[in-house]
Write a protein that binds this ligand. Structure first.
Ligand SMILES: C/C(=C\CNc1ncnc2c1ncn2[C@@H]1O[C@H](COP(=O)(O)O)[C@@H](O)[C@H]1O)CO
Length: 254
């Protein structure tokens, strides 16, 4: 009789090698490493690692913005200030873990004694997480990383940036617009930078009936980092109040 894990073999059914021998003695073909079923497992493991790292994170805010802005630029300083204000208000700061505004927000958060998180992305060129990160992970897949930003933050704050930043802004706006996430403030910081986009959304999208009038409220544009924190706090309090009310007056079981 031979046991192989949960399996039992007897007589001529007993294999002449063990599972461990088959695993360890030979490599076999390798082309499966480049197939989609194998990638699915890698994607799964990325979700597992991400959820494992972030599931016990305190209240947090994702801060997005340019990878190209350097120290000395006024928007870099704005990023540092934003991270610090979020830390002082008790929020962890999550960024894309890279240079520029991401580094600035992480720096501000860390220096103000807050929790600074970086969710980096593997890129075709070598890049490490910036130096101001307390907890970090580098993702292979953009879409897995994006899930983490939304799942583990209470709000998105968007500073000036290029295509990457716009992608993050419009993806989050679509998630709120389609009710995939609810009660999720998206705040653009810098009216001089973002004002033109807001006007274009109103004059082109709203004017042509491509969005509804209330969609204009999905994204707020402000200058003052204290105002950003107020918007986030207020939304947080509204959510807490609604939770309390639904506990006191529970609806029908679902
Ligand atoms: C281009 C340079 C570095 C790129 N490194 C990045 N690291 C991490 N995250 C990134 C990077 N580039 C883009 N992102 C994500 O998009 C947003 C910034 O993109 P933008 O096009 O610069 O606006 C940012 O929020 C990240 O999540 C130069 O060294």
């Amino acid at each position: 009789m031979r046991r192989a894990g949960p399996l039992t073999y007897r007589g001529s059914s007993i294999p002449n090698t063990t599972t461990d021998q088959r695993l360890l003695d030979q490599r076999g073909p390798t082309d499966w490493v480049h197939t989609d079923p194998w990638r699915v497992l890698r994607i799964q493991s990325e979700f597992v690692e991400g959820f494992g790292l972030l599931s016990e994170l305190p209240s947090a805010v994702s801060v997005f913005g340019s990878a190209r802005i350097r120290p000395g630029n006024r928007y870099y300083d704005l990023g540092v200030e934003m991270g610090a204000k979020l830390a002082q208000a008790g929020y962890a700061t999550i960024t894309g873990g890279g240079p520029g505004i991401m580094e600035a927000a992480n720096k501000g958060a860390q220096k103000a004694g807050g929790l600074s998180v970086g969710l980096g992305i593997e890129l075709p060129f070598e890049q490490t997480l910036n130096d101001y990160i307390d907890m970090g992970m580098t993702f292979r897949y953009f879409f897995v990383r994006k899930t983490m930003f939304v799942k583990y933050s209470q709000a998105f704050v968007v500073l000036p940036g290029g295509f990457g930043t716009l992608d993050e802004l419009f993806e989050s706006s679509t998630l709120v617009q389609t009710n995939k996430v609810t009660r999720f403030p998206i705040v653009l910081v810098g009216t001089e930078f973002w004002g033109g986009l807001r006007d274009w959304i109103r004059d082109s999208l709203l004017e042509n009936g491509l969005i509804k009038p209330h969609d204009m409220e999905l994204v707020q544009v402000v200058d003052d980092t204290d105002e950003v924190v107020d918007i986030i706090r207020k939304s947080h309090l509204d959510i807490a109040r609604q939770h309390q009310e639904s506990e006191q007056h529970p609806g029908p079981e679902q």
